[in-house]
Ligand binder design. Structure first.
Ligand SMILES: [Zn+2]
Length: 334
């Protein structure tokens, strides 16, 4: 496993002659980029099917790597290392994926070793949320921070934690599983089977499902006609909270539970920044403004003074640029 020190990305001038591969394998399929030492993408290729089995994913990545190199105008032999971000639990020390909820064959699967063999490159592996945290720390909203928390609010809720300049892994690599923080006693069941976890409140599908349920119980609600005709976007939901009591209840509950989780993270970890990314965070001030107020209400005052709460800068590129940062660290030249 690579020891990544985040300050190396912003304390030294970038090695622009250094080329690496960033590889993302997850729900949006497989994506490969060629990038330089500053995180600038020189070439990329994408295959959208996120349900292919593990061996097919390896072959697809090999093909995409060749296309990305072609686009960048360099041979694969010019690449120094690869970083892989996987959408599911991994064993980064052994380069194994442990499971995929979408596709078969990823149980105890030696993804890093097989890609090393296929690409003729040394490769490092991590999960997508930790990779996104690293991406934001190296090239995004977390530059300059030695301590930060990244919260990814998407189909699930994940995260990555940087403490004293290094990614936190924990005893069995589950550090950063922010979605499974307890934010209420009882409450809806999480995807992991336990009650009251943040993911059951703040993941995009749980927000949408709770809005649907509330509106079904509120025949007089002014948002009922527009929001039940088809699946509303998160922005539509957050906007409707200003005139719909049913939607307002769901949005308040989301802000409240997320606020508790973020306040606790700030109190325990004393970070310089908490960065929110993913589709739910992209709603912007409609989420962030009330969230700021909640966090100020709950977090330990001495920790609160030194933290800023902000949205991610890299958008949907956070994960792949995290894979690039992983590769740069793995190359030994950053
Ligand atoms: Zn859970």
């Amino acid at each position: 496993m690579v020891e990544v020190s985040v300050s190396r990305f912003w304390r030294r001038p970038p090695a622009l002659d250094l080329l690496v591969l960033g590889i993302e394998i997850g729900g949006h399929g497989q994506r490969v980029v060629v990038a330089d030492g500053s995180g600038h993408i020189r070439g990329q290729a994408h295959a959208p099917d996120g349900r292919v089995d593990a061996l097919t994913a390896v072959l697809t990545v090999q093909h995409l790597a060749e296309r990305a190199c072609e686009q960048a105008g360099v041979p694969l032999s010019a690449i120094e290392a690869a970083g892989i971000a996987f959408g599911g639990p991994v064993d980064p020390q052994r380069g194994l994926t442990l499971l995929s909820h979408r596709a078969p064959g990823f149980e105890q699967f030696p993804l890093a070793a097989l890609l090393e063999e296929r690409l003729g490159l040394s490769a490092a592996l991590d999960n997508d949320a930790r990779a996104a945290a690293l991406g934001e720390a190296a090239f995004g909203a977390g530059r300059g921070c030695q301590n930060l928390v990244y919260v990814h609010l998407a189909t699930g809720v994940g995260g990555g934690i940087v403490v004293d300049g290094r990614l936190l892994y924990g005893a069995s690599n589950t550090a950063g599983e922010i979605g499974h923080m307890v934010v209420s006693t009882g409450g809806p069941l999480c995807s992991c089977g336990k009650p009251g976890h943040l993911e059951a409140y703040a993941a995009a599908p749980s927000i949408q499902a709770r809005v649907r349920d509330r509106l079904a119980e509120s025949p007089e609600d002014p948002a009922r006609a527009t929001l039940t005709r088809r699946q509303p976007t998160l922005r539509q939901i957050f906007q409707a909270a200003s005139f719909s009591p049913a939607v307002d209840l769901v949005v308040r509950e989301t802000v409240q539970t997320l606020g508790l989780a973020v306040a606790n993270l700030i109190t325990v970890l004393n970070p310089e920044a908490v960065i929110l990314g993913g589709p739910v965070a992209e709603v912007g001030p409609l989420l962030m403004d009330p969230l700021q107020a909640r966090v100020r209400q709950y977090a330990y005052p001495a920790s609160l003074r030194s933290v800023r709460l902000t949205t991610a800068e890299l958008g949907s590129d956070a994960i792949i640029l995290g894979a690039v940062a992983l590769a740069l660290a793995h190359s030994g030249r950053v």
